[in-house]
Design a protein around this ligand. Sequence first.
Ligand SMILES: Nc1ncnc2c1ncn2[C@@H]1O[C@H](COP(=O)(O)OP(=O)(O)O)[C@@H](O)[C@H]1O
Ligand SMILES: [Mg+2]
Length: 227
Amino acid sequence: MSVVTCEQVTKTYQMGKTSLQALRGVSLEIEPGEFLCLAGPSGSGKTTLLNLIGCLDKPSSGQIAVENKSTEKLSAFQLAQLRRHRIGFIFQTFNLIPVLTAYENVEMPLVLRRIDAAERERKVMQMLEALGIRELHKHRPDELSGGQQQRVAIARALVTEPAIVLADEPTANLDSETGLAIMELMHALNRERGTTFVFSSHDPKVMERATRVVRLKDGLIVNGVKS
Ligand SMILES: Nc1ncnc2c1ncn2[C@@H]1O[C@H](COP(=O)(O)OP(=O)(O)O)[C@@H](O)[C@H]1O
Ligand SMILES: [Mg+2]
C-alpha cells in the first residue's frame, strides 16, 4: 500500500487574466518508509506538490490519495482531520509560534487532538529528548539558534506520530553543517520509526541522503530514480 499516490496531477495558478501551470501532470507513488527528496530548481513546482500532498491546496486536475483515501472526496473537515492526524509539516522558516516555549510549540498539536496533560508531557519530553533539545524546553524561539528551532519544528511535526512528514526545504535557512546534522536526524527518525519523509531541496549534499530522488522541472517529473 502506498502512503501517497498522485495521478496526473496538475495545478494552475490564476492571477487575474494570466494563468501559470505550476504542475503539468505529475504521477508519483510514495511507499511507506521512504526518505524521498523532491529535487529541482526554484520554480519547478516542489512547494506546490508538497502543498497538494499535504492537503493544504487542491489540484486543478488529477487525483491525490493519502493512505488510499482519495482526497477529492473528503470534506473540508475530513481534510483537516487528515492533516491533523496523519501528516506532519516542517517548513523552511521553521514557523514556530514566537510567544510559546519550545515545549509549548511541540505540545500544540497534541492539545488540538485533545490528548490529556500527562500523556502530552510524556510525548513532548520524549520527542525533545530524541532530538537532543530536552534542556531547551523552556526557551522561546528567539532564544534558540536556527538549528535548534528546526529541531523544535521537527519534534512538533513528529509528536503526533504521523504517517508522513512533509518538509519544504528544511535545511535552506541553516548553515551547511547544521543542515546536514538536521538531515541525519530526520533520516535516523525515518529508520527508527518507519515514518515516511518527503522533503524538497536543491542542495546536492541534501539530495545525497535520500533513498530516492524525484526530479521536477517546469512542473513535470524528469526522473524518479536515484542516479
Ligand atoms: N500562489 C501562487 N500564485 C501564483 N503562482 C504561484 C503561486 N505559488 C507558486 N507559483 C508559481 O508556480 C511555479 C512553481 O512554484 P513552486 O511550487 O513554489 O516551485 P519551487 O518550490 O520548486 O520553487 C512558479 O513559477 C511560481 O512562481
Ligand atoms: Mg519552494
